[in-house]
Design a protein around this ligand. Sequence first.
Ligand code: FRU
Length: 491
Amino acid sequence: MSIIEKEFTRLIDICKSVEGKKINNDPYRLKYHLMPPIGWLNDPNGLCQFKGDYYIFYQYSPFDVNGGLKLWGLYVSKDLVNWEDRGAVIFPDTIFDIHGVYSGSAFVEDDKVYFFYTGNVKHLGNHDYIYSGRGHNTMMLTSEDGVGFSEKKVILENIDYPDNMTCHVRDPKILKKDATYYMILGARDKSDKGCILLYKSNDLNDWIYVNTISTIEKFGYMWECPDLIQLKDIETQEVKYMLLVSPQGIKEDGYKYNNIYQSGYFLGDMDFENGEFIFDEFIELDRGFDFYAPQSFVDEKGRTILIGWMGLPDIEEDYYINPTYKNGWMHALTMPRQLILVNGKLHQLPIKEIEKLRRNKLTIHLESVKEYDKLKGSIYELEIKFNNEIDNFELSLKSDCIINYSKEAKVLRLNLGKSGYGRCKRAVKIGNLEALRIFVDTSSIEVFVNYGEEVFTSRMYCYDFDDKISMKGNLDDVKINLYELGEYKYV
Ligand code: FRU
């Protein structure tokens, strides 16, 4: 057996050794979020709806809770609440992806799904793996039934990328405009400027380089996980493009860019003819502690759906952690969100299907400082509507999570205590506070502000189950609905 064959056998044996294993014995396992069955999860990948079924692939490292070699895991669902766990499905088993089946996307056409991803290869030698030593191959494979996959094909290699690129070129996403297919790839150029490479094709197989797209002023050293979304404004009916990227190397600026890496979008316009994007301001998609590498897809109902990784890479342990690593698993995906454009502003709405998990509905009436304490460790959705302009408002829930709004500063804050495991404060400037929809799972919180104008996503690890909700403020004209939620079912 050659060294390479031995390496493949070793990898496949490692993969097999965890096949079918699942972590169950941790109270922090989430009830309505997708998690790795065992080990590590990062980016959502290959998102699509194909022949009625939703396919949610993810970066998966089942044998290493801290994320080692990456493969693609898969969950499949017909309704986004009942799931089939297919475990690990795309493996690093060729010399073009031997050190990782990195992130990528799906493109559905003519009863076939085309998957594009980055095959990661680390060459032996004295390399930094940024400027030398790394192969980042754009790979393609197809499936006609979502179960079997074709042979892998190499579409682009380092040599096909422009000369001024480092070895960091990855995360392909495809879209079609008229009869032409376009591929965008996230990249870092040799001057350490984050950018996007645009390619085009007539047949999804042969790709021609069109242009490198970036802001005039450098905006970070690397752009990961690009995505180009087209949305029709539901008010103005105007069609707008949004370029999503996860830039690295952006400095904190007040309430902005507080995480180690960012995820957001540039509103703007895509000029396909010249391969240019006309950039507007960069807006963060999420204001919480745990959100990165989101990906979108359009489902068969025509909805643009976004899922993010409820986590971030490279966080120093003395900053914040996820205690679940002790129990053999780490990270999760966010709840799917529908994207809509309203008067030029992107809104993210919790996916409608999540309402199927609603159990008991309670309408709570509270005045000034009140508590509701009949929860007992449950998972729930809290829906709050402020009918009149609210001044100062404070909501406490679970162990030590406080959400407050100051009318004077027009700032909404999320504060966590011990349950944040190092996560403390995040905030965003908003206008008036009109509505909150808050989703609490066993170890996460997602806060949708003003009908999805802003979202905060965070892990939180409650340490007692003395579970109350309390609020302060003038609550005379505030409507509060509380829904206990059921769990995802797995088959
Ligand atoms: C983003 C990312 C991608 C890469 C993948 C590897 O989190 O770094 O750029 O393809 O993760 O797991």
